[in-house]
Design a protein around this ligand. Structure first.
Ligand SMILES: Cc1cc2nc3c(=O)[nH]c(=O)nc-3n(C[C@H](O)[C@H](O)[C@H](O)COP(=O)(O)OP(=O)(O)OC[C@H]3O[C@@H](n4cnc5c(N)ncnc54)[C@H](O)[C@@H]3O)c2cc1C
Length: 261
C-alpha cells in the first residue's frame, strides 16, 4: 500500500499578524510547526506502515522553508517527501492547493490512500482534504478517529455530532483525521540525522503537468476582501456578590444596557 500524507507548515500562533496594506498574514520571527492534526495524519500512516509494510510519502505545498516539516516527517519514519514549490503556486486558495496536491498524487501513480489533517491552525477551512478527493474522483471520509486495514479496504470510525459511525471503505480514498485518532511519535535521533541529508528539490508546476494560470492567484476561485484580527476582549466587569439581590439586578441592568435581554 502506498499512503500519501499531506502536511502543512503553520506558524506558532503567538506571532501571527495581519498586514494592513496587503491583508496577508505576516509571521515574521515566529516559529513554524507541522500543523498539529497533520502530525496525527502522519502517525496514522506510520501505524499502517508498521502493520502492513506500507510506503509513506509526505507532500507539502509551500516555500523552500517548508522543507523543514518534511524533514521532521522523514525523521519520524516517512519513506519519501516532496516539496511542491513554485512561484506559480503563490496566492493559491484552498481550491488551487487541493488541485496541486491532487496532481502530485496522480503523478506518483500508485497511491492507494491519502491522509490529511481535518483542518489547519491558520487557514482553518477544512477544505483541502475533501478538495483533493474531488480532484481525484475518490471518496473522502472526514473526521476519522480509527483506521484498520487489511491492505485492500479500510474499516473506519468517523466522528459526527451525535456519536460515531463505523464504515467500510474501498481504496483508493482520502481521509481526514483529528487528534482523537492517536498520539504522534517523536523522530528518532537516527531518523533525524538521515532526514538532514535528504534531497528535497522543489517539484514545480511544470513537473506536475499544471499550467501556471490554473494554480496560484490566477487559478484560485476566492478573492480575499479583508482580513482582521479578532478584537481583544476587554477586562469585563467584576460584580460584588456579597448581596445576591443587588448583584443580580446589576447583571440584569448591564445585559439590558447591552441589549442582550
Ligand atoms: C485568495 C487567497 C490567497 C492565498 N494566498 C496564499 C499564499 O500566497 N501563500 C500561502 O501560504 N497561503 C495562501 N493562502 C492560504 C491558502 O490558500 C491555504 O493555506 C491553503 O489553501 C490551505 O487551506 P487551509 O489552511 O484552510 O487548510 P485546510 O483545508 O484547513 O487543511 C486541511 C488539511 O489539508 C492539508 N493541507 C492544507 N494545506 C496544505 C499544504 N499547503 N500542503 C500540504 N497539505 C496541506 C493538511 O493535511 C491539512 O490538515 C491564500 C488563501 C486565499 C483565500
Amino acid at each position: 500500500m502506498h499512503i500519501v500524507v499531506c502536511i502543512k507548515q503553520v506558524p506558532s500562533a503567538i506571532a501571527v499578524k495581519v498586514d494592513a496594506a496587503t491583508q496577508a498574514l505576516t509571521c515574521t520571527g515566529s516559529d513554524y510547526l507541522i500543523n498539529p492534526f497533520d502530525e496525527n495524519a502522519l502517525e496514522a500512516a506510520l501505524a499502517l506502515k508498521d502493520s502492513l509494510k506500507a510506503k509513506v510519502t509526505v507532500l507539502t505545498v509551500g516555500s523552500a522553508q517548508t522543507a523543514e516539516v518534511l524533514r521532521e516527517a522523514l525523521g519520524r519514519g516517512a519513506d519519501a517527501a516532496q516539496l511542491l514549490s513554485d512561484a506559480a503556486f503563490e496566492g493559491s486558495d484552498a481550491w488551487a492547493t487541493s488541485k496541486i496536491l491532487a496532481a502530485a498524487v496522480q503523478k506518483l501513480g500508485d497511491v492507494n490512500l491519502v491522509i490529511c489533517g481535518k483542518q489547519t491552525f491558520d487557514g482553518d477551512t477544512a477544505q483541502v482534504g475533501p478538495g483533493i478527493a474531488e480532484f481525484l474522483g475518490w471518496p473522502c471520509v472526514a473526521f476519522v478517529r480509527k483506521i484498520e486495514s487489511d491492505g485492500a479496504s479500510l474499516k473506519l470510525e468517523r466522528i459526527y455530532e451525535e456519536g460515531f459511525e463505523k464504515l467500510t471503505l474501498a481504496l483508493p480514498a482520502v481521509l481526514t483525521v483529528g487528534k482523537e485518532i492517536n498520539t504522534p511519535r517523536m523522530a528518532s535521533l537516527k531518523g533525524r540525522m538521515a532526514a538532514k541529508k535528504a534531497q528535497l528539490a522543489p517539484v514545480t508546476a511544470a513537473a506536475l503537468g499544471l499550467a501556471p494560470e490554473t494554480v496560484g492567484a490566477k487559478g484560485s476561485r476566492t478573492r480575499l476582501a479583508r482580513m482582521a484580527p479578532v478584537p481583544r476582549k476587554s477586562g469585563g466587569i467584576k460584580v460584588d456578590g456579597s448581596d445576591p439581590a443587588v448583584a443580580a439586578k446589576l447583571v440584569v441592568d448591564k445585559l439590558r444596557e447591552m441589549k442582550l435581554v
